[in-house]
Design a binder for this molecule. Sequence first.
Ligand SMILES: [Zn+2]
Ligand SMILES: [Zn+2]
Length: 182
Amino acid sequence: MTHSQHQSFVNNRVLKLNVGFLLAEGVGYQRDIALDLPRVRLADDLTLDFLKGTLRLSRNSRGILVQGDLESHVSSECARCLQEIFVPVTLDVEELFTYPPSSDSAYSVDDTGILDLAPLLREEAFLAVPMTALCRPDCAGLCPECGKNLNEGTCDCERDTIDPRLAVLRLQLDDEEPVEQD
Ligand SMILES: [Zn+2]
Ligand SMILES: [Zn+2]
């Protein structure tokens, strides 16, 4: 593989923040961290096209509080045609990472002072993407018979299966503006 073929893609190791310096500080100490990352893969089926924003890390008696709004485009699939799409989202983060690590808490800073943002961002990203995301508002979807993507043109089976009784209805419908259905 040459460099020119190598897509700008960062390993999700970049989301592992070393917060040892913060743990060494007293309660109440804060540090803002600016994130401006290119495409990063959070899971096999979840990619952030980019990740931008500022996180405030605050040392408190239970660990480190992570707060901030991050802008991203999250990979998903169109609910109608199943093509991969990227959905603009704001990830509204506010989570305590306990330290020392605790089994009662969903997120912890590990023993070596590493705070891994990836599991939290994965969770937030899944929640942020609507189930009904579409590649475009008028996506034609897939043919239920042959599976062809009808955005790329009609298929033969669609025309063949029209019931003559419905054809009249179809003619009437064709005269009207298509109605968007939810
Ligand atoms: Zn679509
Ligand atoms: Zn078809």
